[in-house]
Write a protein of this length. Structure first.
Ligand SMILES: Cc1cc2nc3c(=O)[nH]c(=O)nc-3n(C[C@H](O)[C@H](O)[C@H](O)COP(=O)(O)OP(=O)(O)OC[C@H]3O[C@@H](n4cnc5c(N)ncnc54)[C@H](O)[C@@H]3O)c2cc1C
Length: 346
């Protein structure tokens, strides 16, 4: 496929619309797409722009149509058998050529494993910058540029970054950080099907086989209840208690990075700045001190319960209910109470 040329002398006024790069895996739209649509709609309202979702794939028409029910103006469906499964080359060439042709002003990408691969490659191909792992996006009220905020210096300060001279303004956002767009009954948007002219030769790295991990995966981003353990659980066996409470409540198990670094539990359970960002209905922080990097991933939880033996632990400054005590005594007492009452409503 012929690569479109990067134009260095750009006129900022030529750029319009806010694009969300939608993500699909095995034909199913990833929830981060809906979160990015929610954020794109918020930004679009401030600068009076249209929201467009771009999804690459093949034979996923039904799933693509569903995106209109989140109130977007348009879905551009890049349809080609070579785009059925994600490939860095196929996706980045198809999407960057579309960007160079249509000139969106803002492009949002999910900071998933696919998005982290795709985002920088698109940015390089179209000759712009990219701010990775943003936790907040807003519009500068004066010059209408995108303000892209993310933690910097180990989470000790928040940096707001702008892209002043190149376009589009590109950002990745981690799953679970932004609120999902609301579902609507009567969509007014349209789907445009575009067939990118990519060939086998464009895709240098070939997908030979897709193998699913045999590990049980944890769904932290969509969990309503999360019970997390920290260094206060004292070892891998301490997580048995955390798992028992999570099971009783129908929740998932989370952990602080200290436990992952000590090899007590798999990294897929890590919550925080370098782990997963969560916003459950109830978050139990058990034996977790409340370091800023941990708070970065869970402080938007609706209701936070902290169990800690140190009454001065910083977690008590952010929790809704604080229990000062030894988790080895408090958690079994909670489990006993739940078993007695057989109810736990949220
Ligand atoms: C760049 C960078 C990124 C990071 N990213 C993350 C991240 O994504 N997620 C993350 O979690 N951390 C992250 N960290 C690490 C973070 O700074 C903290 O070191 C970590 O969160 C501490 O984990 P903790 O609270 O479990 O351990 P500690 O800080 O050691 O706290 C243990 C707590 O357990 C309590 N306790 C002890 N015994 C008991 C008991 N029997 N019953 C009840 N309470 C008890 C103690 O009072 C204490 O408050 C990051 C650090 C850096 C520099």
């Amino acid at each position: 496929m012929k690569r479109a040329k990067v134009n260095q002398n750009i006129n900022l006024n030529d750029y319009n619309d806010i694009w969300v790069i939608g993500e699909q895996r095995e034909g199913k739209i990833h929830p981060v797409t809906i979160e990015l649509i929610g954020e794109a709609k918020k930004l679009a309202g401030e600068i009076n722009k249209k929201v467009v979702v771009v999804v690459a794939g093949y034979e996923i028409n039904e799933e693509v149509n569903k995106l209109l029910y989140y109130g977007v103006d348009k879905v551009i469906y890049l349809s080609n058998p070579l785009l059925k499964n994600f490939s860095t080359d196929g996706y980045s060439i198809s999407i960057s050529n579309l960007i160079l042709e249509r000139k969106p002003e803002i492009v949002l990408v999910g900071a998933t494993s696919i998005g982290r691969d795709l985002g920088p490659r698109i940015a390089a191909k179209v000759g712009t910058g990219l701010v990775a792992d943003c936790t907040m996006l807003s519009i500068d009220p004066e010059d209408k540029k995108l303000l892209q905020t993310r933690p910097a210096f180990g989470g000790n300060l928040m940096a707001t970054i702008i892209c002043p001279i190149n376009r589009p303004q590109m950002a990745t956002v981690r799953p679970g950080v932004m609120k999902k767009a609301t579902h609507i009954d009567r969509p007014t948007g349209v789907v445009e099907v575009v067939a990118p002219a990519i060939t086998e030769a464009d895709i240098v790295a070939k997908v030979v086989k897709i193998m699913k991990s045999s590990k049980k995966t944890v769904d932290l981003t969509d969990a309503k209840i999360i019970v997390s353990g920290g260094r206060g659980v004292k070892g891998p066996e301490g997580f048995e208690l955390i798992k028992a409470l999570a099971e009783k409540l129908g929740g998932e198990v989370g952990a602080s990075r200290a436990c992952i670094d000590s090899g007590w539990i798999d990294s897929m359970h890590q919550i925080g700045q370098t782990g997963t960002t969560v916003r459950p209905e109830v978050y139990f922080a058990c034996g977790i001190s409340g370091a800023i990097q941990h708070l970065a991933g869970m402080s938007d939880s609706k209701y936070i319960v902290a169990i800690n033996s140190d009454p001065a632990a910083p977690i008590f400054n952010v929790c809704d209910l604080g229990i000062v005590g030894d988790l080895k005594e408090v958690i079994p007492a909670m489990i006993e109470e739940i078993e007695k009452n057989k109810t736990f409503e949220i």
